[in-house]
Write a protein of this length. Structure first.
Length: 315
């Protein structure tokens, strides 16, 4: 079944309620395989969400554009890893979305790579070449547009979907520069099959802001605030466990298909200094400036609009 058709089927068919007392929350997650995307599934498997009376129904999407649309439609309760700029743009057009947290600070996890035999050696060499991002509205799109403007390179942005689909397109020569995140396809770079050319944090202003969010629908926030609050508590406990426990890295490796060594290296490099933190939402002025520059937003949001889009944390 084609991925987009499967996603539409998911939106059209309500999920069943649990037999017990647990509250079911449906969550759409972009970037499967990246540690930033892992807390819902790892936390559920480790029992953190059950501890707080939550059971998650998980859908992995090709990127945050799909996750955002699921939240807007009310087909899912939560979107994870949704681009902050795209969320602001949707909100400005009347979309019923609210942010309930960030997923990480900075863009140290995302990277752009080429085949080992590619003549591309630097970002400047992107000129005239196709450079991948996941989906329209995703933070990877904002980064690629940032590469174009900051380094003054006439590159060709192209939406390629999830990391696995992107890798296939790069290795088959359909796309010149692929994108990935965390440990996904890090082993291929270490084995010499690919070469990493750029990281999100090569754009200086990205290092201290929150590029992606946890979001919900305003109707869900109004009717299911208690369940969302318990979700956030379990999410925080899961992140604490991810950074503290070797068992978490074994679970991450199993979930992502990485070796435990690669999983741990990804956490300690791409996600160092507790980059994954749902309570940090930083650099909104810069996010808005980028959103306007790259036409996600027609104009910056007012202080009252920001307060509406980013309500007080659920604790």
């Amino acid at each position: 079944m084609p991925r987009c058709f499967a996603f539409l089927c998911f939106l059209a068919v309500p999920l069943s309620s649990p037999a017990g007392a647990e509250d079911v929350l449906k969550i759409a997650i972009g970037g499967r395989g990246a540690l930033e995307a892992a807390p819902p599934e790892l936390g559920q498997d480790a029992g953190f969400f059950a501890k707080h009376g939550i059971r998650l129904e998980l859908l992995y999407t090709a990127g945050s554009g799909e996750s955002l649309q699921g939240v807007i439609a009310g087909a899912v309760d939560i979107g994870s890893g949704v681009g902050a700029a795209a969320t602001m743009g949707a909100f400005s057009k009347g979309a019923p979305v609210r942010a309930i947290g960030g997923t990480m600070k900075g863009a140290s996890d995302s990277f752009w790579y080429v085949r080992a035999d590619s003549p591309i050696r630097s970002i400047q060499d992107f000129a005239g070449h196709t450079v991948a991002f996941s989906t329209v509205g995703a933070s990877t799109q904002a980064v690629v547009l940032g590469f174009r403007d900051y380094f003054k390179v006439d590159l060709k942005p192209v939406a390629t979907g999830a990391q696995q689909a992107t890798f296939t397109q790069v290795m088959s020569g359909q796309v010149d520069v692929g994108w990935s995140a965390g440990g996904t396809f890090l082993a291929e770079a270490e084995e010499g099959k690919t070469r990493i050319i750029a990281r999100g944090n090569d754009l200086p202003w990205l290092r201290e802001l929150t590029p992606r969010l946890l979001i919900t629908n305003i109707d869900t926030l109004g009717k299911r605030r208690d369940a969302l609050t318990r979700f956030m508590r379990a999410y925080r406990e899961t992140v604490d466990w991810i950074y503290a426990s070797p068992e978490a890295m074994k679970a991450f490796g199993k979930w992502s298909g990485f070796s435990e060594q690669i999983a741990t290296r990804a956490r300690d490099t791409a996600y160092a200094d507790r980059a994954i933190d749902c309570d940090v939402v930083a650099g909104l002025d810069q996010v808005m400036a980028d959103a306007v520059k790259f036409r996600f937003l027609a104009a910056p949001l007012s202080p009252s609009q920001l307060a509406e889009l980013f309500p007080p944390p659920l604790r």
